[in-house]
Write a protein that binds this ligand. Structure first.
Ligand SMILES: [Zn+2]
Ligand SMILES: [Zn+2]
Length: 343
């Protein structure tokens, strides 16, 4: 089968490799669509994230959907040919943290595309049957691939403990930011302020429900929110920009007693913000670790048309051009929001 393998920073090669064998409890899935995630771009550009480094040929991609191609030993369904979305996180299910209801915090977790677990930029992948969700008729493979970032946005908004009538800022209008805007609106947020460096993303943020948008880099987001809120600040700030300066901005624009939820992954592996401002305002700061228990809810939201995931997909590539997809996502060129690899 074909596989897009990363050998080091910016060194991605599409090669022939053996097809995996589904083990006990696994399904073999023929992959049909893979979204390129910001974390894939981190791996592609830097050869790793934090302590996770690519040391040998490695497959990226974890936002994916496909078709059931074979059942591993002991697996009775779903039937061959079923169209499915896949939760890429494989928690142990038995540790203290899994049993507490936080499988996303499992120290033994495996995650598709995080070394040593293989990624989904391949024609076939084996995955536990318990983490596979049939897609309803209304949803295509691209929708299915988008359920992973949507799940992260749902978890992000859950962490904010929104109250109807809250105001919120969303810093960064990439895929997670855009989905967070939609989820915040569904969660009862009254006014959404959104920022990004890229004008096309701000236009999309407005279509997704942002009331006010600002091109960061052209003006100061903190002064902007201060002015629009009469100096009060917002109830909740969602940081989804993956940038060094946005955490400090989030702290500066949250109201006293406000909440800051950090979904981005900074390149430098350091978060920094003025401690005095955060302390004086008594802020609650939460960090997002992927998601938990979101797939059934994500599927229902997309199926019922309550969330628009399809508009986020701006570019499509075949597997043989996975490198071009990652280059485009890394360059943030051509108005790209979500690049999708299809096979
Ligand atoms: Zn992702
Ligand atoms: Zn566990």
């Amino acid at each position: 089968m074909k596989s897009a393998r990363l050998y080091g920073p910016r060194d991605l090669r599409v090669e022939e490799v053996p097809c995996p064998d589904p083990q006990a409890g696994d399904l073999l899935i023929r992959v049909c669509a893979v979204g390129i995630c910001g974390s894939d771009v981190h791996y592609y550009e830097d050869g790793g994230i934090g302590a996770n480094r690519v040391t040998e040929a490695h497959e990226l991609g974890h936002e994916f959907a496909g078709v059931v191609a074979a059942l591993g030993p002991g697996v009775e369904g779903p039937p061959l040919g079923t169209r499915v979305a896949v939760d890429p996180a494989i928690p142990c299910g038995t540790c203290e943290f899994c049993l507490e209801g936080n499988p996303n915090l499992c120290p033994h977790i495996l995650f598709v595309s995080t070394p040593p677990t293989r990624g989904s930029l391949v024609e076939y992948i084996a995955h536990p049957a318990s983490l596979v969700f049939p897609l309803p008729e209304e949803m295509d493979f691209a929708d299915g691939a988008m359920l992973e970032p949507l799940g992260v946005a749902i978890h992000t908004v859950n962490l904010a403990k929104l109250r109807p009538g809250d105001t919120a800022a969303v810093l960064g209008s990439g895929p997670i930011g855009l989905l967070t805007i939609q989820m915040a609106r569904l969660g009862g947020v009254r006014t959404v302020y959104a920022t990004d460096l890229i004008p096309e993303r701000l236009a999309m943020a407005q279509r997704m429900g942002a009331d006010e948008v600002l091109q960061a880099g052209e003006a100061d987001p903190v002064a902007w929110v201060e002015e629009l809120t009469g100096g009060r600040g917002v109830d909740v700030v969602f940081e989804a920009a993956w940038a060094a300066e946005t955490v400090a901005q989030a702290v500066a624009m949250a109201k006293p007693g406000g909440r800051v939820v950090i979904a981005g992954i900074p390149s430098e592996d350091v978060l920094s913000f003025p401690a005095s401002a955060a302390r004086r305002k008594g802020l609650t700061i939460k960090l997002v670790r992927r998601m938990k228990h979101t797939y059934p809810r994500s599927i229902a939201l997309v199926q019922q048309g309550l969330v628009d995931v399809r508009s986020l997909i701006t570019h499509r590539f075949p597997l043989t051009e996975a490198r071009e997809a990652l280059e485009l996502a890394a360059a943030r060129a051509d108005g790209v929001v979500k690049a999708l690899v299809e096979m």
